[in-house]
Design a protein around this ligand. Structure first.
Ligand code: SF4
Length: 850
């Protein structure tokens, strides 16, 4: 169809959309166009199905090498065309071009697709998508030829297109040859482009509105708090100029609004195209939602998309659907047929919360999680967990496409180093593998055999370790054998285990490709296997392979092979490179050299430390250095601790939390406390508690209650929870928060000890003392959350008095050291008297009543 028809075609578009050359040329690759506009059918097999990228590349190279002389591999195509009055630049590379050798044969373009099955067993939608890509290449080629030869219109020309499906299993090629006229290809491409351009115009219209409303936004509070303006200015500069910024912003500054507001301004000025806000905890997401809602009330058109974990979003898990007779979720059937309508309904909505996305997904019977992922490129602000950006197994590649200038805001950044080490570590368990093989019995014999081979490979690996006699660490427990090997050396890599794991993954892919799902019961085990396969090729100097055998004589002997990441900074830095700007912030990021190292930031990246916006008098900080809470001294410390807790509670009854280094110690103190003060109910954190149990625990800490809670330092109640006002009037921090000593932690210490330069020998600090103090500061930071709060923090451990720890105290702490219980009681009495704070209910302490 020629350009002359453009105006008639434009009439099909929505009347409110501009049509005639209002926009600069739209640039899109053939792959993107086809994926957006030509994809139809099921979602099944999208993630796990089909050969891996490496297998595909190898097969492509092999087939391209075999091409006849005169033909060209990876032939580049780039054309500019007008569709409905809009200039479009389409580009791509077709796998093989065979030029015209005689007048009776047209040019032939070939596209290679690798599979595990003969093409007739591929889903129709997959075959149609492959053909769609080749047809658009055919269109581009004919148009390119016309442009090069400056002919008017190649109306009568034809082209031959051949799809080469290469079955990796059979090592056999299945060609399918078809011939198309220019008219057919032009009509096909035009239809695809129309769908895309219609969407693009709607998107552009939304984007213009976002930018205009962002530019006119005023700061959403009457005035800046202390430190807030400084943070906002630094954040805007970072967005504008690019690079990294590290910010320690104490509680109360309003980190979220102080970083988000300048980021939105930068979006308005087109300094960035998309914002990605990462939170480690649910509570962080709520704050972003509230901040965005406030800005929306002021007229901002920003579209905010929250990504929630698949298992929390899944319609099947929520009982809204169940798998069909083929064990396939019905929400995946026809997913891409109904996706365009869902996208249209969601585009431009201000808050794309999981609930809003789920509403549309339920209405159109789509998978809500996959729908939220499909909306990723079309949101201005994406809010999600760290793993969607950093975890190599689940990260969303669309967020790292460098054609967009994205800014990354990392909240609660003190968690990132540890979380990232977990993402780049991968355990494989023999017992779980045996259970997975058992779950496949009867239904999936091929998969079962593949898993059994993996179990044998694990056994062989353990025997090799035993034969080599290199058991590096047996620990104190004679039931445990442990070997540690370096992954930087080829001969110490578990290559046979990896090959066996690859075989399992291949069998699963083959099942998916034939629209068959593996048993649901092995889902978690498969995730662990994929993580292993994802991490193994990345593992090098910063990894160790830990092989642990437990209960070697038991029938279900446990063997675990773990690829342990000791430092993920290098991987994190690679991810940062994909973003235009990075701001990492938290209330506890000290000292800067430790944090930069953990987070993989540049040594010279700017570090901003802001003062607390609260008055120092709001917080009473008391140090009890007369207690030794180290492991061996805990029995002796128990009675003293009970005494301290009672004194603190008695000084001003209200809600208090006591944070312990371990469940065992917590239980020991709780029992003694209950013996001495049976009239007072204690609430205790339970190991592995459910969300309902956690909510019940927090329910005890509402204003007007007088709850005494025992919890674990660094756990769910010590971070990311806002206890405002009377919800918490004090915390008692027992011990300096050191992580538990174990093999993995000791390997960390050794690694940090071996660092170069000024950090050499800092192993104990990096592996234990700094992370411990981060937990302490997070825990202590729960007490004062607003200008009206008053409260106390009691540090119980003699190590807190050492210069190392004193140097890490926040600047606004006025620490009073107490020599004994009496001194503590009088200090507390003075503090509460000076703050003129009395128990609002006027109750007598149950302890005092005793
Ligand atoms: S609804 Fe659940 S089971 Fe169905 S595709 Fe989505 S995540 Fe999978």
């Amino acid at each position: 169809m020629s350009e002359n028809n453009a105006s008639t075609e434009s009439a099909a578009l929505a009347p409110d959309l501009p049509v005639d050359g209002d926009f600069p040329p739209v640039r899109i690759s053939v792959g993107e166009l086809v994926a957006f506009a030509c994809r139809r059918g099921d979602l099944v097999g999208d993630r796990a199905g089909g050969p891996s990228a490496q297998e595909g590349i190898r097969a492509h190279q092999r087939l391209q090498k075999k091409r006849p002389s005169g033909s060209e591999a990876e032939y580049p195509l780039q054309v500019e065309w007008r569709c409905d009055g809009q200039a479009v630049v389409l580009s791509g590379r077709v796998d093989i071009l065979h030029p015209q050798t005689d007048l009776h044969r047209p040019v032939l373009l070939e596209e290679i697709k690798t599979t595990y099955v003969p093409p007739e067993r591929l889903p129709d939608s997959a075959r149609a998508l492959h053909w769609a890509q080749l047809k658009v290449y055919g269109f581009c080629y004919l148009l390119q030829q016309r442009d090069e030869r400056q002919k008017t219109a190649p109306d009568d020309r034809h082209i031959a297109l051949q799809m080469l499906w290469y079955n990796l299993k059979e090592k056999k090629t299945y060609p399918e040859l078809r011939e198309f006229s220019w008219h057919e290809l032009e009509a096909f491409t035009r239809a695809a482009l129309r769908e895309y351009l219609d969407w693009h115009r709607r998107w552009q219209q939304h984007r213009d509105q976002v930018r205009a409303t962002a530019r006119s936004q005023a700061f959403p509070f009457p005035e800046y708090r202390d430190g807030q303006r400084q943070l906002a200015v630094a954040a805007y500069r970072c967005m504008r100029d690019g690079g990294e910024l590290l910010v320690e912003a104490p509680t109360g500054i309003g980190k979220t609004v102080s970083t988000l507001f300048p980021a939105i301004k930068a979006l308005g000025e087109a300094e960035v195209d998309q914002l990605v806000y990462l939170t480690a905890k649910n509570s962080g997401r709520q704050v972003v939602r509230q901040t965005a809602a406030r800005l929306h009330d002021n007229g901002l058109a920003l579209s905010v998309l929250e990504i929630q974990a698949r298992d929390k979003t899944c319609a099947c898990s929520l009982g809204l659907c169940s798998r069909d007779e083929d064990n396939v979720c019905p929400r995946t059937r026809g997913f891409f047929d109904r996706l365009p309508e869902a996208r249209r309904q969601l585009l431009g909505q201000p808050l794309l919360t999981p609930e809003v996305v789920a509403d549309v997904a339920d209405h159109l019977q789509l998978c809500p999680f996959e729908l939220s992922l499909q909306m990723l490129p079309w949101a201005d602000l994406v809010v999600c967990d760290f793993n969607y950006v950093f975890d190599p197994l689940v990260r969303l590649n669309v967020l790292q496409d460098q054609r967009q200038r994205r800014a990354l805001l990392v909240d609660e950044a003190h968690n990132l180093g540890d979380r990232a080490r977990g993402m780049f570590s991968a355990p494989l368990s023999r017992a779980d593998s045996r259970r997975a093989a058992a779950a496949c019995k009867g239904q999936q014999p091929t998969l079962r055999r593949a898993i059994q081979s993996l179990v044998r490979a694990l056994d062989k690996w353990v025997s090799e370790q035993r034969d080599a006699g290199g058991q590096a660490r047996a620990g104190d427990n004679p039931d445990i054998e442990l070997w540690v090997t370096r992954l930087s050396e080829t001969e110490t890599r578990p290559a046979a285990v990896t090959r066996a794991a690859e075989k399992v993954a291949t069998v699963v892919s083959q099942l998916w490709e034939q629209s068959q799902a593996p048993p649901e019961a092995i889902g978690d085990w498969l995730k662990a296997l994929y993580r292993y396969l994802c991490i193994e090729p990345l593992a090098a100097e910063q990894h160790r392979c830990l092989t642990r055998v437990q209960h070697r004589d038991a029938p279900w002997q446990e063997q675990q092979l773990k690829l342990l990441c000791l430092h993920a900074g290098g991987y994190l830095q690679q991810v940062y490179q994909q973003f235009h700007a990075l701001i990492a912030f938290s209330a506890t990021l000290r000292p800067p050299n430790y944090v930069r190292h953990q987070l993989g930031l540049q040594p010279q990246s700017p570090y901003l430390q802001l003062p607390s916006p609260f008055q120092p008098q709001q917080l009473g900080t008391f140090l009890c250095p007369y207690v030794d809470t180290r492991y061996r001294a805990r029995d002796r410390a128990t009675d003293t601790l009970v005494d301290i807790i009672a004194r603190v509670y008695q000084s001003r009854p209200g809600n208090y939390l006591v944070f312990f280094p371990s469940y065992r110690f917590m239980q020991q103190v709780a029992e003694r406390f209950a013996e001495r003060f049976p009239q007072l109910d204690l609430v205790q954190q339970q190991s592995g508690s459910s969300e309902t149990e956690r909510a019940a625990f927090l329910q005890c800490f509402t204003a007007g209650r007088r709850s005494l809670g025992f919890a674990i330092m660094g756990g769910v109640f010590g971070e990311g929870v806002d206890y405002v006002g009377e919800q918490l009037v004090g915390t008692i921090v027992v011990g300096v928060g050191l992580p538990q000593i174990n093999e993995e932690q000791e390997l960390l210490r050794e690694t940090y000890d071996a660092l170069d330069g000024s950090q050499s020998g800092a192993g104990f600090d990096f592996a234990y003392r700094y992370p411990g103090m981060t937990r302490v500061l997070q825990t202590a930071g729960r007490v004062i959350r607003t200008e009206l709060d008053r409260g106390v923090v009691i540090l119980v451990d003699r190590r807190f008095a050492e210069p190392f720890y004193r140097d890490l105290y926040p600047e606004h702490w006025r620490v009073q050291a107490c020599g004994d219980g009496e001194a503590l009681s009088s200090g507390l009495g003075r503090f509460w008297a000076e703050t003129a704070d009395v128990d609002p209910a006027g109750h007598t302490s149950p302890i005092a009543a005793q």
